[in-house]
Ligand binder design. Sequence first.
Ligand SMILES: [Zn+2]
Length: 118
Amino acid sequence: MDNKNEDRPHAKRSGWLKNDNPPGDLAKVRRCHAKTRLGGSCKAPAMKNGRCRMHGGKSTGPRTPEGIEKIRASHFKHGEYTKRAREERRQIRALIKSLGDTISEIDESAGLSVSIKQ
Ligand SMILES: [Zn+2]
């Protein structure tokens, strides 16, 4: 190992790190400042998005059409509340109501008292 500071071992070092990461002073980096459970602010170094590795923030959701479709498919359970199913139920209710009305009209015209209405 080549140590350039052999004569001054405690002198401030400069240059690239041994692991090839860029040099920098951790005391000067931007901080996360997320609110902590103790009420203070997080002091971990911030990433590009302004938060640290532990407070990266919530997902902003799928962006691509494929991603949106994947999320939509994962939320689909049984189709009970799809537009098509609700419209079908609405039509069935309307049909039952019109049948009840028709039976009532027949009863009145024939003088009968039979009815399907509760
Ligand atoms: Zn943080």
